[in-house]
Design a protein around this ligand. Structure first.
Ligand code: HSE
Length: 443
C-alpha cells in the first residue's frame, strides 16, 4: 500500500478523503492508496467523513516525519506552517501533493530545488484551475509545442462578480456584498478581487509553459474594484465583455504591429480586460475557470471547468496521488532517479528566472473613461494630448452624462503603455477634466 499523510481536513481535504475512502469505479490505483494519517487543527470538530480510527492528529510535524508515510498531501492553504511542513516532508523523502498556489508561487524555487535533490515530486494540479487538468498538460501533453501565450480566467469569485455585473447592470460593491452573502466570495475578498490569487496562478502557469522561474513581484497585478456598471455597458456597446484575465506571453508574437520595439522575454500580468465577444474566453461565465494556451504547431487549446470547490479540487489532488502512486509501485523514484535528471512525471527542474517585461513596455490597446466639463473643444484637447505622445485612437464616444459631467470613452490602437500614461498625465492637467474613473486594457 502507498501511505498518505493528509494535512488539513477543510473543504478540499474532506473531498479528498471521501474519494480515497470510496474507490469503487474510479482508477484501480486508488485501491493502493491508504489514508494513513490526517492532520487537523482540532480533534473536537465533528467530521462528515468516516475516517479510519486513530488516524487524526493535531501534531502535523509527526505526519511529515513519519517513516511510514509515502505521500504528504498539503491542503492547509496559507504560507505558514504549510511552507515549513512541506520542506520538512521533502527532507524526509516524502512526495508532495499540494493545492497551495500561494506557497508554490512564492517558494516554488526552494521546494523544487529541495525536491530535485531528494528525488521526490512536488505535484500541484489542484493549485491552478481547481478541477481543470491544466498543469499536467503543460508539463507533458503540450511538450512538443513552442507555447507563446497562456491566457486564463483563473479566479471564479471575480468571474462570478463580473458576470453578474454584466447580467444585472449592478455596481461592483453591491454585487460583492451579495456574493459574500451567498458564499461565492470570502469575508475578506482581497486576494480574489485585487487579483492576487490570479497572480499566483499565472506565475505558476507561466513557469511551466515557458520553462522559467517567475518572480511574483514582477507580475503586474490589478483587480476589479475600479470596474463600474458604466464600463460594463460601454464595453457591451463596443463589442466586448470585461473579464479579469491572467496573461503570460512572449511579446514578440503580440507586438509585430509596432515598429522599433524592444523585445523582452515574457509578459506576465493580471488585470481586468475588455475581451471581444468573439474570443473563446468571452463566454466563460459565473464561477467557471478557463485557460487558453496557444503554441506552435498546435494552435489554440482551451481548458474549461470548475475552478474551485471540494469535489473538483479533490479530483485534481487525487489525480496527482495516482500519478505518484504509479511510480512508487514501479520503484522509479528517489535520489538515483534525481541524479539522472530524468523525471517520469516531468518535475519542475528549470533554474533560470524569466526576464519579465516592465508593464510600461507593454504594447496593448486601452479603454479609458473620462468625466469632463461638457464644453467646446474638450474632445479636441484629449485627442491632441494623445497625439503628442504617439497614442492613436481607434474610437472616441460621448454618449452619457453623470452629475452634469460629460462621459467620454476612448479606445486606443496598440500603444506602448508608458506613452499612454504620459498622455494621461498631460490630460489630468487640463482644466476641463474632472476625473478618469476607469483605465482598462483591451485584448
Ligand atoms: N478563491 C479562488 C477563486 C478559488 O475564487 O477562484 C481558489 O483558488
Amino acid at each position: 500500500m502507498v501511505k498518505v499523510g493528509l494535512l488539513g481536513l477543510g473543504t478540499v481535504g474532506t473531498g479528498t478523503a471521501q474519494i480515497l475512502l470510496d474507490p469503487d469505479g474510479r482508477h484501480p490505483l486508488l485501491q493502493d492508496l491508504e489514508l494513513h494519517r490526517v492532520g487537523v487543527r482540532s480533534l473536537e470538530k465533528t467530521r462528515t467523513v468516516p475516517l479510519p480510527s486513530g488516524c487524526l492528529t493535531t501534531d502535523l510535524k509527526s505526519i511529515v516525519t513519519d517513516p511510514a508515510v509515502d505521500i504528504v498531501v498539503e491542503l492547509l492553504g496559507g504560507l505558514e506552517p504549510a511552507r515549513s511542513l512541506l520542506l520538512e516532508a521533502i527532507a524526509h523523502g516524502k512526495h508532495i501533493v499540494t493545492a497551495n498556489k500561494a506557497v508554490i508561487a512564492r517558494y516554488g524555487d526552494q521546494l523544487f530545488t529541495a525536491a530535485n535533490q531528494q528525488g521526490v515530486y512536488v505535484m500541484l494540479e489542484a493549485a491552478v484551475g481547481g478541477g481543470i487538468p491544466v498543469i499536467q498538460p503543460l508539463k507533458q501533453s503540450l511538450g512538443a509545442n513552442r507555447i507563446h501565450t497562456v491566457i486564463g480566467i483563473v479566479n471564479g469569485t471575480t468571474n462570478y462578480i463580473l458576470t453578474r455585473m454584466q447580467q444585472e447592470g449592478g455596481d461592483f460593491q453591491d454585487i460583492l456584498v451579495d456574493a459574500q452573502r451567498l458564499g461565492y466570495a470570502e469575508a475578506d475578498p482581497t486576494a480574489d478581487v485585487d487579483g492576487l490569487d490570479a497572480a499566483d496562478k499565472i506565475a505558476i502557469l507561466a513557469s511551466l509553459a515557458f520553462g522559467r522561474r517567475i518572480k511574483l513581484d514582477q507580475v503586474h497585478c490589478e483587480g476589479i474594484r475600479q470596474v463600474g456598471a458604466a464600463d460594463i455597458t460601454y464595453a457591451q456597446k463596443l463589442g466586448f465583455v470585461i473579464k479579469l484575465l491572467a496573461i503570460a506571453r512572449k511579446p514578440e508574437y503580440a507586438s509585430s504591429k509596432i515598429a522599433n520595439l524592444e523585445v523582452p522575454e515574457l509578459e506576465v500580468r493580471v488585470h481586468p480586460t475588455l475581451v471581444p465577444h468573439s474570443h473563446p474566453l468571452a463566454s466563460i461565465s459565473g464561477v467557471h475557470n478557463a485557460i487558453l494556451v496557444e503554441g506552435e504547431p498546435l494552435g489554440q487549446v482551451m481548458f474549461f471547468g470548475p475552478g474551485a470547490g471540494a469535489g473538483p479540487t479533490a479530483s485534481a489532488v487525487v489525480s496527482d496521488m495516482i500519478n505518484v502512486a504509479s511510480l512508487l509501485k514501479l520503484g522509479v523514484t528517489g535520489p538515483d532517479i534525481a541524479n539522472t535528471g530524468l523525471h517520469p512525471l516531468m518535475a519542475c527542474s528549470h533554474q533560470h528566472y524569466a526576464a519579465v517585461a516592465p508593464v510600461e513596455e507593454l504594447i496593448t490597446r486601452f479603454y479609458a473613461r473620462f468625466l469632463t466639463q461638457d464644453q467646446p473643444g474638450v474632445i479636441g484637447k484629449l485627442g491632441t494630448c494623445f497625439g503628442d505622445h504617439h497614442v492613436s485612437l481607434e474610437s472616441i464616444v460621448q454618449t452619457g452624462t453623470q452629475k452634469n459631467l460629460a462621459e467620454i470613452v476612448v479606445v486606443t490602437h496598440h500603444v506602448r503603455e508608458g506613452n499612454f500614461h504620459q498622455a494621461l498625465e498631460q490630460i489630468r492637467t487640463l482644466a476641463a477634466i474632472d476625473s478618469i474613473p476607469t483605465l482598462l486594457r483591451v485584448l
